[in-house]
Design a protein around this ligand. Structure first.
Ligand code: FES
Length: 621
């Protein structure tokens, strides 16, 4: 059930410490607000809503945030709050090198500290492009104020001469066709023109879509928020509604850690599996849980994966794109189809439980499930939907949007895209601390495979040699990339969908077993074993693999094995030398010294919730 919480009085607001006292320091704070043209009536006794905006000219997914932030402010003013926009570093998935992941923890640190050091009562977190979502949430968890996430929304579908294009997924696909000689330069330019046609994040079920769905499932957004396309008018309405709700969150003092729990993380993992989500979500969820003091290990993903069918028919695992998903009812519709897999009583920022939010948007869900069950069992539906039940006026999404949406965008659990979830966790002598694979994005024939290794010592080596006609490679080869992990690369970049050698592309090969300590874009696909832990640069067994070694991959058995004896591996380890430190100074030095391994979430050790007492509120003197 939803909780009704006592409301604070103005003197209990956190910002009152800055503005309330009759002393010289508060005089300074008040006079400086007046410097900006605000009168006392604009802020006095009102919650200060800190809007963390990740707009940047270098972040193409957030180009509409200049307008959206004004719409959030409109909602804050409407509800009697005082909005302040606080720009924070934007993590552009496209342009940041070596990887935006290298800077996820930097944004998380910045988000935490700007919330702590300013007179903020509640945070609106404006993000969406890949790493911005986990980073903002990680920072907000550590700051532990009330907070609500505002997702940037997916971009509209790409198009090439009538063929729908999905971010990433179709770029990889047509790049392979170009390598095979099936696409010429002119056609490639046409695809370049048509694959990204509006603001918003990648519109496949990549990392951004996955993390948006996870934020909503964790209870950190308004209901139905995560799939609203960035240029949809509903996205503007969502912004204003988010601003309004933020003000109430401050009065209710509903902190982000009041919302997050082991159960809500289980829900998030369930959704990650049901949507065929990005493997990156594993790293981010472990990091977010670590900030919240929730103990979450790789095994939990595998356990939940085994019981959760994939029911979102979205690329790269399936067929459709995010605007189709939105028109089919978005996340609430998907959640309404798997009630038995969810902990429905988890609290959310709406002030209601996840189950109450779902029921409000999908009031006919119970009867539709009963009807479905009856049809599957060959009976007459006993409990048809009640057409008199109105749409929920409080939701961000309304009821299902379109009557001509294909019926197979969101599937039923009895006819899923895949019986088991999107991510399997593998272990073996090649990955003692685990690694992951997304079987739904792989060719099934390769999920049980043995082949000889072809080893590249780093990405430069791979780039130099992969298309060499003399490369000793066949379709059975297992391609191995070293030095692509958190410290080795650095920043565990999305290199894990290792390229197929051109000479094999020309022979028609489109998938091979590939293994690395890197990540893979959520829009990518193929039989790619990722996040091998410990990474090779830290002396993990991946560093010891040599050309020709046989590697066994058995995904159904959750096993990956290097057929080299323990004695030989010990000999090789004696010869192995750790790489020279890449950084002598600066953020890179901090990153390499503090970053944990993939199975631990790649957060900085000193930011984990259990690594010391909570940071105190700042003194104001
Ligand atoms: Fe921003 Fe893909 S580039 S989400």
């Amino acid at each position: 059930m939803s909780t009704s919480r006592p409301r604070l009085i103005p003197e209990q607001l956190r910002s009152h410490r800055w503005f309330g006292p009759d002393d010289l320091r508060s005089f300074g704070h008040r006079s400086r607000l007046k410097q900006m043209g605000f009168a006392a009536g604009d802020w006095a006794g009102k919650p200060v809503v800190g809007i963390l905006n990740t707009w940047s000219d270098m972040n193409t997914c957030h180009t509409h945030f200049k307008q959206r932030v004004e719409e959030v402010k409109r909602g804050v003013w409407q509800a009697g709050g005082f909005p302040v926009e606080i720009p924070v570093v934007s993590l552009s998935e496209t342009f940041m090198k070596p990887s935006s992941m290298f800077y996820r923890n930097l944004l998380a640190m910045e988000a935490e500290e700007v919330l702590r050091c300013h007179p903020v009562d509640v945070a609106v977190l404006m993000g969406g492009c890949d790493k911005t979502t986990p980073a903002l949430i990680m920072g907000a968890i550590s700051a532990n104020l009330p907070a609500i996430f505002f997702p940037c929304g997916p971009m509209i579908a790409g198009n090439w001469k009538g063929t729908k294009l999905g971010s990433g997924t179709d770029a990889w696909k047509y790049w392979a066709e170009r390598g095979a000689g099936n696409i010429d330069e002119c056609q490639w330019r046409e695809i370049e023109d048509g694959i990204a046609r509006s603001p918003g994040h990648c519109m496949t079920m990549g990392t951004a879509s996955t993390m948006g769905a996870i934020a909503e499932t964790l209870g950190l957004t308004l209901t139905g928020a995560s799939s609203i396309p960035a240029v949809h008018s509903g996205h503007s309405r969502l912004a204003t509604a988010t601003g309004r709700r933020a003000v109430d969150l401050a009065w209710e003092n509903l902190k982000i850690t009041d919302v997050l729990s082991a159960e809500s993380f289980d829900n998030a993992i369930t959704v990650d599996m049901a949507i065929g989500g990005s493997t990156n979500a594993i790293i981010h969820l472990i990091a977010m849980a670590g900030r919240a003091g929730v103990n979450l290990g790789l095994e939990r993903f595998d356990q939940i994966s085994q019981r959760t069918p994939v029911i979102a028919n979205l690329r790269p695992s399936g067929k459709y794109l995010m605007e189709d998903f939105h028109d089919a009812g978005g996340l609430p519709e998907l959640l309404s189809r798997i009630p038995n897999l969810l902990k429905r009583d988890c609290l959310t920022v709406t002030g209601k439980t996840l189950g109450e939010n779902i029921d409000a948007v999908c009031p006919d869900a119970v009867s539709r499930i009963a009807e479905r069950g009856a049809r599957v069992e060959g009976r007459t539906p006993a409990n048809p939907p009640d057409p008199t039940i109105p749409a929920n006026p409080q939701s961000a999404i309304g009821n299902r949007q379109s009557t001509d949406t294909p019926a197979d965008v969101i599937l039923w659990p009895d006819q899923p895209l895949a019986q088991a979830g999107a991510t399997f966790v593998l272990r073996g002598n090649l990955a003692p601390d685990g690694c992951v694979i997304k079987p739904t994005a792989a060719e099934p024939r390769l999920l049980k495979h043995t082949g000889p290794a072809l080893v590249f010592k780093d990405y430069a080596d791979l780039k130099n040699r992969i298309d060499d006609d003399a490369l000793p490679v066949t379709a059975d080869t297992v391609i191995v990339l070293q030095s692509a992990g958190p410290v080795g690369a650095p920043g565990i970049p999305e290199w894990g969908m290792l390229p197929i050698p051109k000479k094999l592309l020309k022979q028609g090969v489109r998938d091979m077993v590939r293994i690395s300590d890197a990540r893979m874009s959520g829009t990518s696909y193929g039989t790619c074993v990722l996040h091998v832990s410990p990474e090779s640069a830290a002396g993990g067994p991946l560093a010891l693999v040599r050309d020709g070694d046989l590697i066994d991959l058995d995904v159904p058995a959750r096993m990956i094995h290097l057929r080299v004896s323990d004695a030989d591996l010990a000999d090789r380890r004696k010869q192995w030398k750790p790489p020279e430190p890449r950084f002598d100074r600066g953020y890179g030095k901090l990153f390499c010294a503090e970053c944990t391994q993939a199975h631990e979430g790649c957060d900085f050790k000193f930011l984990h919730a259990t690594n010391g007492k909570p940071t105190p509120e700042p003194d104001i003197y």
